[in-house]
Design a protein around this ligand. Structure first.
Ligand SMILES: *Cc1c(COP(=O)(O)O)cnc(C)c1O
Length: 341
């Protein structure tokens, strides 16, 4: 049995999703006449109670478009030191928008409103870059799938309002946070200038992300997407998968979260595991007691058993549960773990 737990991006479309894709009505989305893309964009905008949205090939492109929308070259954005926009988008903030990132030393990828306020450069001090944007991530990826306290997100909005800053949410896994905390997506729509969401992670789609915001913002985003090479033609096949996922794969994220908790409990009881970070959603980050077992031999043993997980650097290992990780695989994995050494 092959068990791939390196990421929730490894899923294949389900038969139901493939059916939805195969029967999708499509057009040419660059001419804005693909009915399936138009329907998805309306659906996601309504879900968040925002005016408009735009379909993208990747989450990185959606985030990069948001950064471009909200900044001018030479300016600065504020984000946590773990942020995807800083660490994992190939330096796109500087390449595409000519902006620098002020990194905040937060907790599990999350910062406080006070830390954000302290990170703003005084606007009249012309020696330092002008701060214009705050980016946050929910759930946090490098922070181990942690969910924000919504009150703190509101506090940061206040800091943004007081200082004329825009506020972007990298919501690649916002779905997981919404389900884990039973939150209302419209509360998020109310709070942020723009939100990006991924369909190629927990939602199980092959490709696709959406950026949500005001009509005016999305009109501008359309041009930026074109510049970045993200205009797609019969992308309705992909949008149909995303629509299907919203209807069928959202509530079930709870199952991924439950399985992650159960894996965490087993790990916690192994003497060669030093520490398991709190598990809130579908990501498990843990460290080995390297004097007993080093990461390489642990990963090697798992590989021998057909199980893949990933190293995060600094002795941290990561497991991510997802749609294609079945109950049968789960039982097998849990029974193998205590026997592996
Ligand atoms: C995966 C991810 C993205 C987008 O990644 P793509 O591979 O470009 O789709 C953005 N932010 C976070 C936090 C992510 O985990």
């Amino acid at each position: 049995m092959e068990i791939n737990l390196i990421s929730d991006t490894v899923t294949r479309p389900t038969p139901g999703m493939l059916d939805a894709m195969m029967s999708a009505k499509v057009g040419d989305d660059v001419f804005k006449n693909d009915p399936s893309v138009n329907a998805l964009e309306e659906k996601v905008a309504n879900f968040f109670g925002m005016e408009a949205s735009l379909f993208f090939p990747s989450g990185s492109m959606a985030n990069q478009t948001a950064i471009k929308l909200h900044t001018q070259p030479g300016e600065q954005l504020i984000c946590d030191k773990y942020a995807h926009v800083f660490n994992y988008e190939g330096g796109g903030a500087s390449f595409n928008s000519g902006v620098s990132c002020k990194l905040v030393d937060g907790h599990r990828g999350m910062m406080t409103a006070e830390q954000v306020a302290e990170s703003i450069n005084p606007p009249d001090f012309y020696h330092s870059p002008l701060t214009s944007l705050v980016c946050i991530e929910n759930t946090t990826n490098k922070g181990g799938g942690a969910c924000w306290d919504f009150e703190e997100l509101k506090n940061i909005r206040e800091v943004c309002d007081q200082n004329g800053l825009k506020y972007h949410l990298d919501g690649a896994r916002l779905w997981n946070a919404l389900v884990a905390k039973g939150e209302n997506p419209k509360d998020y729509g109310n709070l942020f200038d723009t939100i990006s969401v991924c369909f190629s992670k927990g939602m199980g789609c092959p490709v696709g992300s959406v950026l949500v915001g005001s009509k005016k913002m999305m009109d501008k985003a359309l041009r930026i997407r074109k510049i970045l090479g993200g205009g797609m033609r019969q992308s309705g096949f992909l949008a149909a998968a995303a629509s299907y996922a919203m209807d069928h794969h959202l509530e079930r994220l709870q199952e991924d979260h439950q399985k992650a908790k159960e894996i965490g409990e087993v790990l916690q009881n192994l003497d060669f595991v030093k520490k398991v970070e709190p598990i809130e959603t579908n990501i498990i980050i843990f460290e080995l007691n390297e004097s007993l077992v080093d990461s390489d031999s642990f990963l090697g043993k798992l590989t021998e058993n057909g199980i893949s997980i990933i190293g995060m650097g600094q002795g941290k290992l990561r497991i991510v549960t997802h749609l294609d990780y079945t109950q049968e695989m789960h039982g097998h994995f849990l029974s193998i773990l205590p026997k592996i050494f």
